[in-house]
Ligand binder design. Structure first.
Ligand code: SF4
Ligand code: SF4
Length: 168
């Protein structure tokens, strides 16, 4: 496993982004046969290559959505009420979801890219980047957003596309 090479990732992203988005659009409407089983095989291969601790781009450039359960759990950890926690750290986005006010996330330790509330982090963070979540058709639009931020998602789509198009 090598550290994420952002220069190479950005270069590949600018080159392949449109093609990957076209593939994701098409596969959302007409998923390749067996794609949900394929993601289960490809995901571990991706994690053999990508070291999240050398990246943390999701914590730097994106925000989780905080559910009521997240708020209850995390605010209690800080001995705050959910309202106090919300006032200090969160805002409502255009969908009226509660999201971070600031980037990078206030809980990211920038020295080592570790989450300072890892054990109690939002469910959204725990599930990210949803590589092998079923079904593909329900997550393809999420992958379409995430290829712009997440090298692991980019790599998974690259691999799946190559296999689906028979050019592995
Ligand atoms: S809560 Fe932790 S895992 Fe989630 S975005 Fe913040 S630093 Fe990253
Ligand atoms: S999940 Fe994606 S964006 Fe987040 S640290 Fe891992 S590779 Fe980077």
């Amino acid at each position: 496993m090598l550290p994420v090479n952002f220069r190479s990732y950005r270069k590949k992203l600018s080159h392949y982004r449109s093609a990957f988005r076209r593939f994701l659009n098409a596969s959302e409407k007409n998923p390749p046969r067996g794609i949900d089983n394929l993601t289960k095989v490809v995901e571990p291969e991706v994690w053999q290559e990508i070291d999240c601790l050398s990246c943390a781009n999701c914590c730097k450039k994106m925000t989780p959505t905080f559910t009521k359960q997240d708020l209850k759990r995390i605010s209690a950890h800080f001995k705050q009420t959910p309202e106090e926690f919300t006032k200090q750290w969160l805002k409502k986005d255009s969908n009226k979801d509660l999201v971070n006010k600031t980037e990078p996330c206030q809980f990211l330790n920038l020295k080592d890219n570790k989450c300072s509330i890892y054990e109690i982090r939002p469910a959204d963070c725990a599930g990210f980047p949803h590589l092998s979540k079923r079904k593909w058709v329900e997550y393809a639009h999420i992958h379409k957003q995430n290829i712009d931020y997440c090298p692991a998602t980019f790599r998974m789509v690259e691999k799946i596309k190559a296999i689906a198009e028979g050019s592995k």
